[in-house]
Unconditional design. Structure first.
Length: 278
């Protein structure tokens, strides 16, 4: 029962931090330092990634009309909506850099960087980046104002920024792609939406990779922990995505930059004092 309550807490943290540009993986690693699940190490490694499936399902449901490339209501229009097909092709292009690195170096990157201190440094570096980029862009008009304005070149460049997050936990996948998109002239709302859509194949792919490596040999408790974690992350994600899309209509991302810097500094202090494993 206690482990299931812990799974609920992990689901809440995942649902909040997956979409805010503050690094869900970083928070999950830090949370695990304080609230350890009583499970096999290999299950925990898989759980911290696969729990994201609940969060990504929230994106699919909330943005279904923007991403589903078929329509059957209006018989006077083509069944296939080409603008959405083009959007998916751009998403695929943006996924290429992270997909190549993830497949080839997943285990190596886990061993090198999935620790509190590298996470703390990534939190701080990209926190500073958010503040610098937002101040640099203040008063400037975005060049890319709709999803249709995103070119294949722009999509690939955003994918390169996503690669940074794939390599360094704590960077934040959404944080890296949003910072990259803002740097090349994409508006905040379009940057956020494209980041959400980009997460669909990336997170499904990462989860599938972890599940294949782990296998399907779950104990009853492990299955319960995973299912509850995913369900909670789904419901929390629905709320958080709606909040973020409303928030960025009136505000920039600087507050998230300051949050990352403060959290990163706290993690470094805890690591140096031996409270958590550095």
């Amino acid at each position: 029962m206690v482990e299931l309550l812990k799974a609920i807490l992990f689901g809440i943290v995942e649902g909040i931090t997956e979409w805010l540009p503050v690094s869900s993986t970083g928070h999950m690693i830090i949370l695990d330092e304080f609230i350890r699940l009583d499970c096999r190490p290999e299950f925990l490694e898989m759980f911290l990634v696969v729990i994201q499936l609940g969060a990504i399902l929230a994106v699919v449901i909330l943005f279904w009309n923007k991403i589903f490339p078929f329509q059957f209501r209006d018989k006077s229009k083509p069944v296939i909506e080409m603008d959405k097909i083009m959007l998916w092709l751009k998403i695929v292009v943006a996924c290429i850099p992270a997909a190549i690195v993830g497949v080839l170096f997943d285990d190596v990157l886990d061993a090198l960087f999935y620790h509190a201190m590298p996470v703390a440094l990534a939190l701080i570096v990209f926190g500073v980046a958010f503040i610098v980029v937002e101040r640099r862009n203040k008063g400037k008009k975005a060049r890319v104002k709709t999803l249709d304005d995103i070119t294949f070149q722009t999509a690939f460049l955003i994918g390169v920024f996503q690669l940074i997050a794939a390599v360094f936990p704590g960077t934040s996948r959404s944080g890296a792609t949003i910072v990259g998109a803002l740097l090349i002239g994409v508006s905040r709302s379009v940057a956020a939406e494209f980041t959400f859509f980009l997460a669909i194949p990336v997170m499904f792919g990462a989860s599938l990779l972890k599940l294949v490596k782990f296998g399907l040999s779950f104990t009853a408790m492990e299955a319960g922990i995973l299912i509850i974690g995913m369900l909670v992350s789904f419901f929390v994600s629905v709320f958080v995505i709606r909040f973020l899309m409303d928030y960025i209509k009136k505000h920039d991302f600087q507050i998230f930059g300051w949050y990352r810097i403060i959290l990163g500094a706290i993690v470094i202090i805890l690591g140096l004092t031996g409270v958590i494993t550095a």
